[in-house]
Design a protein around this ligand. Sequence first.
Ligand SMILES: [Cu+2]
Length: 127
Amino acid sequence: MEKTIVPKLIVGITALFVFIMILSLVYTKSNTDAYAVYGGDAREIVIDAKRFEFIPNVIKVKEGEKIKLKINNIDAEHGISIPELGFEVHAESEEEFVFDKKGTFDFYCHHYCGSGHSAMTGVIIVE
Ligand SMILES: [Cu+2]
């Protein structure tokens, strides 16, 4: 009896371990993309804005990708400006952009929001 239970236990524990590993991999993957919600033909990226940071502050997009940038103001009115590309998202709004130029582009808050306002920056990497 014991001879058959032990190998089954080992197989069971191994299967459970593999299952947990796969789950954690899936979770890690989805967590890095926590702000991306796929829908329609544009990929939606929600950026939380609060004094004095953007979360996330590094955004990766693919060249030619259509993105719906949405700003979620947590404490005050903030905005997103990508001067090099001529893109702007105003407080409590969303805009769609096609990123058709490869490179790294700085973005800033363009609503004055206090003493640390100028520190509210981030980058969009188009690859
Ligand atoms: Cu701001």
